[in-house]
Design a protein around this ligand. Structure first.
Ligand code: GLP
Length: 261
């Protein structure tokens, strides 16, 4: 696991977008695993800029999102499908039929979870999985207690997630308390993981995920199990990291990062 602390949120966002773009240039038919949330809006804006100004080409790429609220159809302004269309898909040249999210309106949740995992496998698996982290440590919507081997499935959200996400709904009470999420096990099958965490309010949970014990009670700690995970944070989110000096040293000294310093 590499941890990279950048001075500003914008630097952290730019590095994340650049790593995604470089992967796409290397492998134009790659499969992105994508995340939602406020943190990712700037990453998607930067990818859209690269598409517009630098010709970054998504025509052959596919994407699978981590999660979707149960009960919301894709045209609902609060659905993650709507978020993705608005912040990314409408602004780049990915083919809409190559973008996938769990179907929040699926009649049979068990079947929908299995179908989604199969669709990921049929696409050859996720090449690069983008992750944020929730204040309760969730990745996707894997709330505390999610098995580290869990698969895509329907879950109940925590009161903390309700506090975090309901202000994004016009009427807070409209936020569904259930969602489909890729499982932690599903996420760990991706070839690479890129986790982006920014802002002071994430400092504690970031330190728990990256430097605390591996535990199902902090799903984000599962990045410790992955053998190609990069965690990119800004100064504010990284302020509680104990091994900060080492992370800075390896970013400067490791030739893999020479082009990104
Ligand atoms: C949301 C998403 C997560 C995301 C997290 C962080 O609930 N399900 O995939 O990483 O919460 O959101 P934000 O960036 O708004 O803090």
């Amino acid at each position: 696991m590499d941890v990279i602390v950048r001075a500003t949120t914008q630097d952290a966002v730019k590095l994340t977008a650049r790593l995604m773009a470089d992967e796409l240039r290397k492998q134009p038919d790659m499969v992105f695993g994508l995340a939602t949330g406020r943190t990712m809006e700037a990453v998607y804006a930067e990818l859209a800029r690269m598409h517009r100004e630098e010709g970054l080409n998504f025509t052959h790429a596919k994407s699978f999102n981590l999660d979707e609220y149960i009960g919301l159809a894709g045209d609902d302004v609060n659905s993650y499908r709507y978020y993705m269309n608005k912040h990314l898909f409408n602004n780049i040249n990915i083919r809409p039929e190559n973008t996938f999210l769990p179907d929040g309106t699926a009649a049979n949740p068990d079947r929908e979870g299995r179908r989604y995992d199969e669709a990921i496998n049929n696409a050859g698996g996720v090449t690069l999985q983008l992750l944020g982290i929730g204040r309760d440590g969730h990745i996707g919507f894997n709330e505390p207690g999610s098995s580290l081997r869990s698969r895509t499935r329907a879950v109940c959200l925590t009161p903390e997630t309700y506090e975090q996400n309901s202000p994004l709904f016009a009427r807070r009470e409209d936020m569904p308390m259930r969602a489909f999420t890729m499982g932690v096990g599903t996420i760990l099958e991706s070839q690479k993981i890129l986790m982006l965490v920014t802002g002071d309010e994430k400092a504690e949970i970031l330190a728990a995920a990256v430097e605390g014990p591996l535990t199902a009670m902090v799903s984000g700690s599962a990045v410790q199990l992955h053998n190609d995970a990069v965690v990119i944070v800004d100064e504010a989110a990284g302020r509680l990291l104990k091994h900060r000096a080492y992370y800075d040293f390896s970013f400067q000294a490791d030739p893999r990062w020479a082009a990104y310093r």
